[in-house]
Structure formats: structure tokens, C-alpha cells
Design a protein around this ligand. Structure first.
Ligand SMILES: NC(=O)c1ccc[n+]([C@@H]2O[C@H](COP(=O)([O-])OP(=O)(O)OC[C@H]3O[C@@H](n4cnc5c(N)ncnc54)[C@H](OP(=O)(O)O)[C@@H]3O)[C@@H](O)[C@H]2O)c1
Length: 248
């Protein structure tokens, strides 16, 4: 498939989990893809190598989404290296669980910085370079509408903000022909889900899935690839669940 030939993408948090599957899929569709990482240096380098071997082009950039200057620099480096930017995928996010009685405010601020402010700044910087046909794809979560277990209120709040930001940006950027959509995974087998499901009461996370299995990162990446392509040209402001029917 070459739906994304000659396109340039930036994926935040692309060295592992859902982000890595998105990087691989966008490259397989023909895009040159820059991606950020923070701790996963070796997986990032290995991914760049593997994509190069398969005939694709990828670039790993160390950038903490909670650091505004680093996010700005990552967008600038992508444009400097590849000459343009067509697709931004705001994938990086963290989850620091806890109940309201003891939730430290520094952690609350960090959740907001990484999960909300980082995606906003990335979008703000990216649209300086995007032309008509540009794509912003946020990775939210079904948690913004549906939270079956305790201790994830702050995470759910940040993903609710991502859904609202998506709708508002779709209005702002629609006149420029740039689409903005929110992909909302349900239970997808990654390190993040393993952390949630191993917390007290976490077994409930698996219970409601209509398809009776966890999702795969590749099953999220395929929707991202569609939204990144010209095939989704009349889709914007949408919040699209990939959750195996968990919230059906
Ligand atoms: N897995 C699920 O079931 C599920 C469900 C709903 C929504 N989601 C959403 O899907 C997205 C990916 O989740 P995942 O399950 O793949 O998570 P994950 O396995 O925990 O991976 C998180 C990714 O985000 C990166 N990251 C974390 N903090 C960062 C920061 N401050 N700056 C830049 N990158 C950072 C990590 O980079 P390093 O490894 O380099 O630190 C890693 O690549 C997130 O937005 C998450 O909220 C996941």
C-alpha cells in the first residue's frame, strides 16, 4: 500500500506500544516518519533500523511531551530533516493512577503536561507547517466516556480533554482543509494496559469486551492509517472507538 507516499508524519511516543505500531504502519504505507521517545532509546534505535531494512524511512527524536520546548524542537527537527509535515499523531501519554484522597498535585500537573498540553503544543507547532490535506490524529481513550474501575479519574479527565480539543480544533482548522480526529482505543495489550489491569480491581478491565479478547496495537494503527490518508477526506471532529465493543 502506498496511500501515504510523499507524506511526512510525526508520531509522539513512537518507540513502543501503540505508537510503534503506528510508526510501522505509516512507514509501510509510504510515509517518512519521525517519532519521539523518552526512555525507550534502544527500542527507538531498533525501530529505525528495522524500518530502514524494510525500505522505509524513520527518524527517532528524544523529546519529553511534558516539556514545551522539546515538543517545539521535535516538530522543527521533523520539518528540517524531511522538508514538510503532513500528519501529526499525538500518541504519547502517561497514566499515574490514584484516588482523590491522596493524589499528589505534582502528579496531577504532570498528567496535564504530558497528556493535554503536549498534544496542544504539538498541534500548534505542526499547523504552522501543514497545508491543505493536513491531518492531526489524537490518540484518546474510551476512558473519556467510560471508566469501569476506580483510581483512573485523572487519566479519564485528560482523555476527555483530548476529545474536546479534537472537536474544537476540527472547527478551527476545517477552513484550511486540515482534519482533526480522535482515535479512542479500548483495551489494547501494551505495557500501559498491563499496569492498569494489574492494579486492584484491574481484572474488570477485561470483562466488558464484546469480542472477548484484548486488542492489538496494529488494530489501532489501521484506523490511524485510514485517518491519515486521503480516504478519510470528509472525516473531521470525530471520536472513533477501537475497543472491541467494550463500551457498546
Ligand atoms: N493500551 C491501551 O489499552 C490503551 C487504551 C486507551 C488509550 N490508550 C492510549 O494509547 C496511547 C499509547 O498507549 P500505549 O498503551 O501504547 O502506552 P505505553 O505502552 O505505556 O507506551 C507509551 C508511549 O508513550 C511514550 N511516552 C510516555 N511519556 C512520554 C513523554 N513524557 N514524552 C514523550 N513520550 C512519552 C512512551 O515513550 P518511552 O517508552 O520512550 O518512555 C511510549 O512510547 C496513549 O495515548 C494511551 O493513553 C491506550
Amino acid at each position: 500500500m502506498t496511500r501515504l507516499k510523499n507524506k511526512v508524519a510525526l508520531v509522539t511516543g513512537g518507540a513502543r506500544g501503540i505508537g510503534a505500531a503506528i510508526v510501522e504502519r505509516l512507514c509501510a504505507e509510504g510515509a517518512a516518519v519521525a517519532f519521539t521517545y523518552v526512555t525507550a532509546k534502544q527500542p527507538a534505535e531498533a525501530l529505525v533500523k528495522a524500518i530502514g531494512k524494510a525500505g522505509g524511512v524513520a527518524l527517532a527524536i528524544r523529546a519529553d511531551s511534558g516539556d514545551a520546548e522539546a515538543v517545539k524542537a521535535a516538530v522543527a527537527e521533523t520539518v528540517e530533516v524531511f522538508g514538510r509535515l503532513d500528519i501529526l499523531v499525538n500518541n504519547a501519554a502517561i497514566e499515574i493512577p490514584g484516588t482523590i484522597d491522596s493524589y499528589p498535585l505534582e502528579k496531577f500537573d504532570r498528567m496535564i503536561a504530558v497528556n493535554i498540553k503536549g498534544p496542544f503544543i504539538a498541534a500548534q507547532e505542526a499547523v504552522r507547517h501543514m497545508k491543505e490535506g493536513g491531518r492531526i490524529i489524537n490518540i484518546g481513550s474510551v476512558s473519556s466516556d467510560f471508566m469501569p474501575v476506580p483510581e483512573h479519574a485523572v487519566y479519564a479527565m485528560t482523555k476527555g480533554a483530548v476529545a474536546s480539543l479534537t472537536r474544537g480544533l476540527a472547527r478551527d482548522l476545517g477552513p484550511r482543509g486540515i482534519t482533526v480526529n480522535n482515535v479512542q482505543p479500548g483495551r489494547v495489550e501494551t505495557d500501559l494496559l498491563r499496569a492498569i489491569s494489574s492494579a486492584p480491581g484491574g481484572e474488570k478491565v477485561r470483562e466488558p469486551v464484546a469480542l472477548k479478547r484484548l486488542g492489538k496495537s496494529e488494530e489501532v494503527a489501521s484506523l490511524v492509517a485510514y485517518l491519515a490518508s486521503a480516504e478519510s477526506s470528509f472525516v473531521t471532529g470525530a471520536n472513533m472507538k477501537v475497543d472491541g465493543g467494550a463500551s457498546a
